[in-house]
Structures are given as structure tokens and as C-alpha cells.
Design a protein around this ligand. Structure first.
Ligand code: OAD
Length: 247
């Protein structure tokens, strides 16, 4: 993908858009060397099934495996840096009057790049909470237990992420749905669009007759329903789009 292949009609629409929503998934962090979930060879689920690691039942039956897997991901994330795709979305936020960034990622890279308002649908891997009391826990005794224990109730600690079968944070989901239902342009970037309710936000935008855009090297099953499917890495397409739109 190079600058000349970006559709002029999209650039015009974006330049004058008042409300823009961007939904991101693991693909936007792939160029920061954080593996996506569903890549057949390198994806995070390549070795394990999601239900073996990312469900409350998995945690109850094998808490050490689940905690250690998230600790490994946490260390990947802490060594990663935002890439040109993340940085381009910081620029977009500066140009668009009402900009909403919704992410399924738990890696904080949008905030670290400099976006001010990020709606985290699936939580954040750097936060920890008590499995028993559901409270956020910021410090605990490192006594070799894996997972460590809650200093208040002695229950097991878990990452503050949404697992399969769990509800998304309701207020965050409502804000994301409201912004999607009112936007002029909706972007779906680096997501396989198979995990709901995140994957349904684009339909809220469609009901408002928004222009809908996918950015992904591999078109998703949703691509045919969207106004534009830009095929290529987010770290190349997004900076080109910002340059062409606002120069
Ligand atoms: P997936 O791993 O399902 O999809 C990543 C998408 O990014 C794929 O469609 C890739 O083609 C695309 N991709 C890869 N490299 C890219 C690049 N450089 N630029 C743009 N796109 C690229 O990840 P998600 O859709 O985020 O949930 O997965 C959704 C949810 O499923 C995750 O939040 C996680 C997972 O299970 C939970 O853990 C609850």
C-alpha cells in the first residue's frame, strides 16, 4: 500500500469528519512485536486454546499456568514500544473534533503513544485484581506463590482483563456503542472482528450511515460490508492516511 492508492473519497470524508471512532485489535500492536491471538503459527493461542487460558474456569483449575502466561505477556508488553500506527492515531485525535478510540488491546500502547481518551473494552494487563473480592490490588507480598495472594482477603490475584464468558465493563461498552452510533467515520484496525460485542460496534456506525473502513493485511469476513477495506499493515497505512488527509 502506498499513498497514491488511498481512496481520495475517504481522505475528503475524513478531513471534514466531525465524529470519528477507531476500534483497534491485536494487529495494531503486531508491529510492536506483540503477537496477535489468531495467527496460525505465531498467535498467542497457537499453543493453547483460549478456553485453556482465558476463562475463569481455566484460572480455577490451573491458576499458576494462567498467572504465569499473563506474566509472560506482561513482560512482552513492558518491553514493547508504540509503533507508527499508534503514533498516527495520536495525530488523528488532534485533528478530529470528536475522536473516540476504542481498543480490545490490554497493552496500554495507545496511552503510551499519547492518546488521551482510550476506551479499554477488555481491561488492562498491567492492572491486577482480587479474584474473590473483585477489587483492584496495587501491592502484595512476593512470597513465591503463583498467583500471589490478596493482602486483604488472602484470595488469588488475577490480571484485570476480560476473560471469555465474562462481561465487559458496562460503562465503557456503553460509551463505545454511543460514540459508534453517532460517528461519521468508523475505522476497524487490526482486528479479526470475531469477538463480540467489540465486532458489533461497526454495525452501530452503519446504522448512522457512517463511512466504515477496515485496515488489515488480511481482509476479514466483515470487509465486504464496509465502505473501504484497506489491505496492508496499520503501521504503513495509517501514517500515509494522516499525511494525505492533513499533510
Ligand atoms: P486477532 O489475533 O483475532 O486478530 C488480529 C488481526 O490483526 C488479524 O485480522 C490480522 O490479520 C491483523 N493484523 C496482523 N498484523 C497486522 C498489522 N500489521 N496491521 C493491521 N492488522 C494486522 O486479535 P483481535 O481481533 O484483537 O480477547 O482479538 C480480539 C480478542 O480476542 C482479543 O481482545 C482477545 C482475544 O481473545 C480476550 O482476551 C478477551
Amino acid at each position: 500500500m502506498n499513498e497514491t492508492t488511498l481512496p481520495q473519497s475517504l481522505i475528503e470524508k475524513l478531513r471534514f469528519a466531525n465524529r470519528v471512532v477507531v476500534l483497534t485489535g491485536a494487529g495494531i500492536s503486531a508491529e510492536s512485536r506483540i503477537p496477535t491471538f489468531r495467527d496460525a503459527l505465531t498467535g498467542l493461542w497457537a499453543k493453547y486454546k483460549p478456553e485453556e487460558l482465558a476463562t475463569p474456569e481455566a484460572f480455577i483449575s490451573n491458576p499458576k499456568l494462567v498467572w504465569d502466561w499473563y506474566q509472560w505477556r506482561c513482560s512482552l508488553v513492558s518491553h514493547a514500544s508504540p509503533n507508527p500506527g499508534h503514533n498516527a492515531l495520536v495525530q488523528m485525535e488532534k485533528h478530529v473534533p470528536h475522536f473516540t478510540l476504542v481498543t480490545q488491546n490490554v497493552d496500554s500502547l495507545h496511552a503510551r503513544a499519547g492518546n488521551n481518551h482510550v476506551l479499554e473494552l477488555h481491561g488492562n494487563i498491567s492492572r491486577t485484581r482480587c479474584f474473590q473480592e473483585n477489587t483492584i490490588v496495587t501491592s502484595w507480598k512476593e512470597d513465591g506463590q503463583s498467583p500471589p495472594r490478596c493482602p486483604s482477603c488472602g484470595g488469588m490475584l488475577r490480571p484485570d482483563v476480560v476473560w471469555f464468558g465474562e462481561s465487559l465493563p458496562q460503562d465503557v461498552l456503553e460509551q463505545a456503542a454511543k460514540a459508534s452510533a453517532a460517528c461519521d467515520v468508523f475505522f476497524s484496525i487490526g482486528t479479526s472482528a470475531v469477538v463480540f460485542p467489540a465486532a458489533s460496534l461497526v454495525y452501530e456506525a452503519m446504522r448512522n450511515r457512517a463511512v466504515t473502513v477496515e485496515i488489515n493485511p488480511t481482509p476479514t469476513a466483515q470487509a465486504g460490508e464496509l465502505s473501504y477495506a484497506l489491505q496492508g499493515p496499520a503501521g504503513e497505512i495509517l501514517p500515509a492516511l494522516i499525511e494525505e488527509t492533513w499533510g
